[in-house]
Design a protein around this ligand. Structure first.
Ligand SMILES: [Zn+2]
Ligand SMILES: [Zn+2]
Ligand SMILES: [Zn+2]
Ligand SMILES: [Zn+2]
Ligand SMILES: [Zn+2]
Ligand SMILES: [Zn+2]
Ligand SMILES: [Zn+2]
Length: 414
């Protein structure tokens, strides 16, 4: 039932406890006046009835009792009558449904807001049921098809009307195994049950990998294994033999690969030592060539000194051989210069090649070591040579002077 104020127009549609004066009744709606107005012709109308009538009559309000035309300023609210009406005693609108409430008209709206016999709509949004307020909670808790319930299997909240749909897919609903093993399994565990434990699942014999092709229900496997022990043993033996052969072949392969590896290691070592030897040989060669050069230089110096000494002798005593020797001295110097040039060229060429073919680190180390060694050797050698040469020179001078003096004396005697 609509609230009394919410009606579009009209007076109070209520049940009064006592008869009341006609002056409380609207001539338009024939109900108790609601917000009454008094007209200039002395009649009363509900405010809403007067507005509705003016609207329907192109803005003109005519008194329904005496046809007086009433301008808006010719009516006014009658607060005194309104107060009287609101104090009249009424019964609850739901008295036919056994509501016992009675009270002043002005209190009826607040009573209807909580009247147990008032018809109300179910609070579940999708539900269209209207029901007495006193039955609402029972409806919503136990009867409404849009009430929320817990699934007893998965404990999810679902609408009561969707329970059937939910059970068709509920993962926790226990179902009989499709293999008809007689067990009830949760829907989500059925596939693992069938794969891992169902007694009726058809599986291969556990000795499939050694060649048994028996297939049967899981519960029959025990009987099969017990009755096929001999066969399984034979299969196992031939499998072992085959594996042994395979292992042997693999071992042979491993051995031959190991040998090959050893051979390659040896070859690598040989190549390393050959490379090392090549370096040593080359450096030794350079060392020897330098020594030869020094020796040749020393020899030339020695020969020049011995020829120069001859200058202090009388010319007639200088023999041809000795002159020839002196001339040869120039040749020797030329030869030495040529040799030095060639040697330097070779040395440069070698050093360039060597730099190209070897890394810088090695060169630095090698050059430092080599230079140290070489300088030490050269110094030693120079010391030795100087000593030897001085000795030789002294010997030679003594011998030559003796011989010359003897010859000269002999010639003089002659
Ligand atoms: Zn009215
Ligand atoms: Zn009137
Ligand atoms: Zn009531
Ligand atoms: Zn409902
Ligand atoms: Zn469920
Ligand atoms: Zn099963
Ligand atoms: Zn088997």
């Amino acid at each position: 039932m609509e609230s009394l104020d919410a009606k579009k127009f009209g007076g109070y549609d209520v049940y009064f406890l006592q008869e009341h004066s006609d002056k409380y009744e609207c001539p338009i709606c024939i109900m108790a006046l609601c917000k009454p107005i008094l007209t200039k012709c002395g009649h009363r109308l509900c405010l809403s009835c007067s507005e509705e009538m003016r609207k329907r009559n192109n803005g003109v309000l005519v008194c329904p009792l005496d046809n007086t035309i009433l301008k808006p300023e010719e009516t006014f609210r009658d607060k005194a009558i309104e107060r009287d009406i609101l104090q009249l005693k009424v019964m609850c609108n739901n008295f036919l449904k056994k509501c016992q409430w009675t009270g002043e008209l002005k209190a009826i709206n607040s009573h209807l807001g909580s009247c147990e016999y008032e018809e109300v709509k179910c609070l579940n949004e999708q539900c269209t049921t209207s029901i007495l307020r006193k039955e609402l909670s029972d409806h919503m808790e136990t009867k409404c098809i849009y009430r929320l319930i817990n699934c007893q299997h998965c404990n999810q909240k679902i609408l009561f009307c969707e329970k059937q749909n939910h059970l068709e897919s509920c993962e926790c609903l226990p179902l009989y195994c499709v293999n008809q093993c007689g067990m009830k399994i949760l829907r989500k565990e059925i596939s693992s049950h069938i794969i891992d434990s169902c007694a009726n699942t058809i599986i291969f014999c556990q000795y499939f990998s050694i060649g048994c092709n028996f297939k049967g229900m899981r519960k029959e496997q025990g009987t099969h294994v017990n009755s096929s022990t001999q066969n399984h043993l034979l299969m196992a033996i031939s499998k072992v033999v085959a594996l042994e052969n395979k292992i042997m072949i693999n071992e042979e392969e491993i051995t031959s690969l190991k040998n090959e590896m050893e051979m390659r290691k040896k070859q690598d070592t040989q190549v390393d030592s050959l490379t090392q030897n090549q370096f040593l040989t080359t450096s030794k060669m350079i060392e020897l060539e330098n020594k030869i050069l020094l020796i040749e230089k020393e020899m030339n110096t020695k020969m020049t000194i011995s020829n120069n000494e001859k200058i202090y002798l009388p010319e007639e005593y200088i023999d041809d051989d000795y002159n020839n020797d002196n001339n040869n001295d120039e040749d020797n110097n030329d030869y030495n210069n040529d040799y030095n040039d060639d040697y330097n060229d070779q040395n440069e060429d070698y050093n360039e090649d060597y730099d190209e073919n070897h890394n810088e680190d090695y060169n630095e180390d090698y050059n430092e070591d080599y230079n140290d060694d070489y300088n030490n050797d050269c110094n030693d050698y120079n010391d030795d040579c100087n000593d030897d040469f001085n000795n030789d020179n002294e010997d030679y001078d003594e011998d030559y002077n003796d011989d010359y003096n003897n010859d000269y004396n002999n010639d003089n005697d002659d």
